[in-house]
Ligand binder design. Sequence first.
Ligand SMILES: Cc1cc2nc3c(=O)[nH]c(=O)nc-3n(C[C@H](O)[C@H](O)[C@H](O)COP(=O)(O)OP(=O)(O)OC[C@H]3O[C@@H](n4cnc5c(N)ncnc54)[C@H](O)[C@@H]3O)c2cc1C
Length: 192
Amino acid sequence: MEWTLSPFTIYLGVKGKCENLHHHNYFLGNNFKEYADTIFKTSVNPQKPYYYVNVSSKSNTSCAPEGCENIFILCPVPDLRYKPNWNDSQQLADNIISDLSSRINFDLHKNTLTKTIMNPVDWQNSFNLYRGSGLGLAHGLNQIGGFRPKNKDEEFSNLYYVGASTIPGTGLPMVVISSKLVLERILLDFQK
Ligand SMILES: Cc1cc2nc3c(=O)[nH]c(=O)nc-3n(C[C@H](O)[C@H](O)[C@H](O)COP(=O)(O)OP(=O)(O)OC[C@H]3O[C@@H](n4cnc5c(N)ncnc54)[C@H](O)[C@@H]3O)c2cc1C
């Protein structure tokens, strides 16, 4: 089976306003194909990582104290099959924070009040995510629709499955639809 990428996430509480950041921000290089082809199957820490940054305090001031910003950074990285050792997490986080600081012209290292890092091992251990795969089973052609694990067990008639790795798929909207489908199937089977 094919699995989705692993997340490497950093949560920063920052003193000061980052004028050059928006609510949603993507920081990519100019070698997208080469990066995407290799990043998920390597055991080494990416030197020039691509990453997404969310600053919810840009839209909702109650997300951070006055004059401060809350910054969430998500960097897609290889899952635990390819990179089982994440002892270099601090180095990768520093690398990303330095890169972001220079891109937005704001010294995040100096102005950080709180910092939390979660690597694929943390994601696996905190939520039992298989191999640290953030979104569960991938949506390749062989794993969508009828090819995806069903909501109802094929052997036990009273066992049902809901969530990202079953039908219809991964992500919060799909998971909510999945719960609706399971409910419909249970009602169909038991509401005679
Ligand atoms: C960093 C990150 C960012 C994401 N961003 C987005 C986004 O922007 N938009 C979006 O739509 N989706 C996003 N997703 C994906 C989304 O979070 C998942 O698809 C969704 O949460 C899956 O829901 P679920 O109910 O299947 O599983 P989960 O949300 O993982 O819930 C499963 C629960 O079961 C618990 N559990 C696991 N094993 C056991 C056990 N043996 N016994 C008891 N409890 C157990 C876990 O602790 C967990 O609480 C993101 C995921 C990650 C990791």
